[in-house]
Design a binder for this molecule. Structure first.
Ligand code: LAQ
Length: 380
């Protein structure tokens, strides 16, 4: 929709940040990743972060993913993603990925564009990058977006973009999403929270009301958006460092397709494998304790109403301890049961399955608890 800003405000919006400071020769390139595989694109980011010299050359990669949920480095996938449903959302299912940067969980599909801005750590500036996007949207589509205090891009208080970053030495990157015409139903189903009680230090996502850019600019398409942002990035002088802080430097231009393959980026396949591994996806989850309460069928308790409270400690994605407690409490020895579970991979399906098994149990309470949990173990 057309902005109601006055002409002068519009001009100011476009030119305010393009004042020229001391010059240095920083080349800028825009790479368009030809892969839609989330693990390949995360590996490409990682490869460049580790191997490329950004001192005189800044890079923006524009990329997209097949449907996936991307959690932050320090997050708990069982809490952030609707893991049991992911294989059933969209025709080919939704993948789970863990990225190397911190922050919360987002959903990607072909209606979402990702942008990764690479610089040295000294020249890293989220504000600069987000302003490039905001200017591109304004220049090309007359759309006004705000940068929120937590550095999300917003249109009328609806989030259209979330950011995260990785700051190392010498390199850094800031990456962000841009919702263009994503499937909002799939997004909310894929990120639907699980009904489990978890005690953890893992970082939690900050849920926002989201919107697609196409709701604001009905004729927008990803190809024209890529062009608009790419050119805005190239036309904006790079930040350079002076005694007084960061200023804008001049640039050279380039726009190129990038096919992230092993032959062009030696070692890429190994990085990709690591991103796909269970150890990275689940094993890197900060330790947590999950508790779940199940109603025990009354025929197993001589008519008494009782609940079974299962408390599992999960370390590096594996069950490290299990405590079972009947409420109201009764003395019972479940040490054997607890030790059978230890060392197995944690899974939410297995935990939920307990309640079904409870209802099937017929052999008396003590045995049924043992048998239920043993079946749970075998279902991992
Ligand atoms: N694609 C997308 N874009 C914007 N906002 C989203 C998206 N998907 C979900 N959300 C909303 O953001 C919150 C989480 O916000 P939160 O602020 O917790 O996390 C983020 O924004 C992380 C952004 C990471 C960007 C990377 C760039 C390349 S790989 S992933 C979620 O609960 C939804 O409400």
């Amino acid at each position: 929709m057309a902005s109601t800003q006055c002409f002068l405000c519009k001009i100011r919006h476009l030119v305010s940040r393009v004042s020229v400071g001391r010059y240095s020769d920083i080349k800028k390139s825009v790479f368009l990743s030809q892969s839609k595989d989330i693990f390949t694109n995360l590996a490409l980011e990682d490869w460049l972060y580790k191997n490329f010299d950004f001192k005189n050359h800044h890079i923006l990669i524009l990329w997209q993913s097949d449907p996936c949920v991307v959690i932050g480095r320090h997050q708990n996938p069982w809490l952030e993603a609707n893991l049991p449903e992911l294989p059933h959302i969209t025709k080919n299912g939704v993948k789970l990925a863990r990225r190397n940067s911190g922050g919360g969980t987002v959903y990607h599909d072909h209606g979402n564009l990702n942008l990764t801005f690479f610089t040295t750590k000294e020249r890293y500036s989220r504000k600069y990058n987000l302003e490039v996007i905001a200017r591109a949207l304004f220049r090309k589509y007359n759309a006004t977006v705000e940068i929120s205090p937590r550095e999300d891009l917003m249109i009328r208080n609806y989030k259209i973009s979330g950011s995260a970053s990785r700051l190392g030495r010498p390199n850094a990157y800031h990456h962000c999403t841009l919702l263009v015409n994503s499937n909002k139903q799939d997004l909310s189903l894929a990120l639907q929270k699980q009904n489990i009680e978890v005690n953890t230090k893992a970082s939690r996502s900050v849920i926002s009301k989201i919107m697609n850019l196409c709701e604001e600019v009905p004729d927008i398409d990803i190809t024209s958006l890529i062009e608009a942002i790419g050119w805005e990035y190239l036309r904006t002088p790079a930040l350079t460092i002076t005694d007084g802080g960061m200023e804008l430097a001049n640039q050279q231009k380039g726009f190129q397709m990038t096919n992230p393959t092993e032959s062009l980026f030696p070692g890429l396949d190994n990085i990709r494998e690591d991103f796909m591994s269970w150890n990275w996806l689940y094993g890197r989850t900060p330790d947590f304790v999950v508790t779940k309460s199940f109603e025990v069928p009354t025929h197993l308790t001589n008519g008494k109403r009782q609940n079974m409270l299962v408390t599992m400690t999960v370390e590096k994605g594996n069950i490290a301890g299990v405590k079972l407690k009947l409420i109201p409490e009764e003395p019972c020895d479940k040490v054997k049961v607890a030790t059978t579970l230890i060392g197995h991979r944690f899974s939410i399906q297995a935990l939920s399955k307990l309640s079904d098994l409870l209802n099937l149990a017929e052999n008396g309470r003590d045995r049924f608890v043992t048998e239920c949990l043993e079946q749970v173990v075998s279902s991992f």
